[in-house]
Every structure is written in structure tokens, then in C-alpha cells.
Design a protein around this ligand. Structure first.
Ligand SMILES: Nc1ncnc2c1ncn2[C@@H]1O[C@H](COP(=O)(O)OP(=O)(O)OP(=O)(O)O)[C@@H](O)[C@H]1O
Length: 298
């Protein structure tokens, strides 16, 4: 199947400040993609471009093989729950579901009713009287019951309690293979990404720093610890992501397609959190400058 999202040199500028820059990205179909990065990295901007709420300042983006937004038919194929989980304060939960049914040809009324009942929500309650977490659940219910091909969720679970969060993410994981759904979700919680996602995109300072299937990324990144050594002495096949030095010791996070066999290093695998934090580290931690005190060894 084709990619659900393809971006080439995509950028968005607000008043001479780039919120997203040089974004070239392919997101395969049928995956749950975790989009992570620090505050202000450009995650919401990328998601808003993907659903057609923003227009690119430069470059191109295609979603489900087409330009985002536009016709009702195209809009119907993409579900979107924004960061502030918008609902209509004066409308009841039942009104929201009726509206969803009227606006979406593939609306799954059974699924919507079942979710609302499982959450213990009274359908006659107005959205304005719900708690933040309950409003998020309502917005997520509408997003899922629309039965889109691609569901875009901007920090969907931030306001849910831990149990509700786990249940929602489990639901989502069940829905993906069952309905051929693809999901892109932004999150600050790496543990949720680890539990739910099979593909990762790390955005830092408005640029994509790394993207790929999580299993592949974990298989090709390691931590290497050894006596102090200049990272410039590493073979070309090993790319240093971060380097930290004490007087005697060097610790590197390295990307390598090949196994590291140099006995100088103690090599340990990374957790997903280690990997994300390594790519989120300030680039001055990628300390590859030659140091006079270091011996160059090959
Ligand atoms: N409407 C806007 N006008 C001007 N600048 C904006 C606007 N929206 C976003 N920005 C800026 O663009 C950059 C990226 O913002 P964005 O909301 O995409 O980040 P984010 O990664 O989603 O952040 P967070 O994790 O805090 O939600 C930030 O510097 C932000 O201040």
C-alpha cells in the first residue's frame, strides 16, 4: 500500500519564523506513528498541514495520495482530534453523535454508542459540563467513529487518567489491524509511544531528526562506553548521535547498520526513551570536535 503521508521539503513560516523546515518524510500505511519532540518543535504545525488546516510556505505534502483538505470526500478520509479536543459546549453528547452521523458517510453509530456507554457518560449531558478528560474522550469517540483511513491525534491522551489512557491506546491498537486504519499521534509520553506505536518521528527545532520503524531504529542504535576517546576515530559506518566525556570515559549513542566489534567499547542496547532523548539532546552534545588531549586511534 502507498504511504499515508508524504512530505518533500515541507516548511511553514509564521512572521519570518520557521515552525517547520525542510521536512521530508514518508509515513507507511497501516502503522501507528508516534510523533515526539520538545515543546515548540513543530509537531502541531506538521499535523495541521497534514489535515489541511494550514498551507505550506514551501515544499509539498500529500496525505492518502492527495493534497490535504479540500473536498468533503477527502476530508471524510481523515479524522483529526486537535490538541485542545474541541467540542461544542452547548451541544449534548448525543447531539455530537448525531452531527457525526450526519456529516460522515462511514459513521459507525454502534461503535460511538458503545464507547459512550463504556465511559459511563450520560448522552444527554452538554459538552460544556464535562471535565477536560471527558471532553477529550468525546472528541476521540467522534474521531474514531468517523471510521477514517487516517486518524491524526494531537496529544490525544494528555488529559486522560492513566487507566483511561491505557484503555484508549489499547482500543486504538485493536482498531488498526481490524479496520486497516493508520494513525499519527503526537505525544510527550514516550511510554505511551512505546506501548502503542510501531513507527517513530522525532521533530526537534522545526526539523525531522530521525524517522523510521521503531524495531529498526532500536536494532541500529547502541550506547558505547569506554575509556576516553575521540569520536572522530570511529569508522564511517558509525554515526555519532550524542557524545559525552568525563576525564576518563566516553559515552556515545551511535547509529550503526553493522555490529560494533571494537573491544574498546562496552556496547549496550538502547530503550526507546534513550533513543528519543539522544535525538532530542542539544546538538552541542554531539561533541565530535578533535581534542588535543585525546589520542587518535584506529
Ligand atoms: N499561529 C502561530 N503564529 C505564530 N507562531 C506560531 C503559531 N503556531 C505555532 N507557532 C510557533 O511555531 C513553532 C512550532 O509550534 P507547534 O505548536 O507546531 O509546536 P509543538 O511541537 O506542537 O509544541 P507543543 O509540544 O508545545 O504543543 C513554535 O515556535 C510556535 O511558537
Amino acid at each position: 500500500m502507498t504511504d499515508v503521508l508524504r512530505a518533500e521539503g515541507l516548511g511553514k513560516e509564521y512572521r519570518r519564523r520557521w515552525a517547520l523546515r525542510d521536512c521530508t518524510l514518508s509515513v507507511p500505511a497501516g502503522k501507528v506513528v508516534g510523533l515526539v519532540g520538545p515543546n515548540g518543535a513543530g509537531k502541531s504545525t506538521l499535523l495541521n498541514l497534514a489535515v489541511g488546516l494550514l498551507r505550506p510556505s514551501e515544499g509539498r505534502i500529500e496525505v492518502l495520495g492527495d493534497r490535504p483538505g479540500g473536498s468533503p470526500e477527502r476530508l471524510g478520509r481523515v479524522g483529526y482530534v486537535a490538541q485542545d479536543t474541541p467540542t461544542y459546549a452547548r451541544l449534548s453528547i448525543a447531539d455530537h453523535l448525531r452531527l457525526g452521523a450526519r456529516l460522515n458517510p462511514s459513521w459507525d453509530a454502534g461503535l460511538a454508542a458503545e464507547r459512550v456507554s463504556r465511559l459511563g457518560l450520560d448522552p444527554s449531558r452538554r459538552a460544556g459540563s464535562l471535565s477536560g478528560g471527558q471532553r477529550a474522550q468525546l472528541a476521540l469517540t467522534v474521531g474514531v467513529a468517523k471510521r477514517p483511513e487516517l486518524l491524526v491525534l494531537d496529544e490525544p491522551v494528555a488529559s486522560l487518567d492513566p487507566l483511561a489512557r491505557r484503555e484508549f491506546l489499547q482500543d486504538l491498537m485493536g482498531t488498526v489491524p481490524e479496520h486497516g486504519l493508520s494513525v499519527i499521534l503526537s505525544s510527550h509520553l514516550v511510554s505511551d509511544v512505546e506501548r502503542t506505536c510501531d513507527h517513530l518521528v522525532v521533530l526537534v527545532d522545526s526539523r525531522v531528526r530521525i524517522a523510521g520503524d521503531i524495531d529498526d531504529l532500536l536494532a541500529t542504535h547502541v550506547r558505547m562506553t569506554g575509556s576516553r576517546r575521540d569520536p572522530l576515530t570511529l569508522p564511517r559506518s558509525q554515526t555519532v548521535v550524542t557524545a559525552r566525556h568525563t576525564e576518563r570515559q566516553t559515552t556515545l549513542v551511535v547509529r550503526s547498520e553493522e555490529q560494533v566489534l571494537d573491544p574498546w567499547w562496552t556496547v549496550t542496547p538502547l530503550t526507546l526513551e534513550d533513543l528519543v532523548l539522544a535525538y532530542m539532546a542539544p546538538t552541542d552534545e554531539v561533541d565530535t570536535a578533535p581534542r588535543p588531549a585525546l589520542e587518535v586511534q584506529r
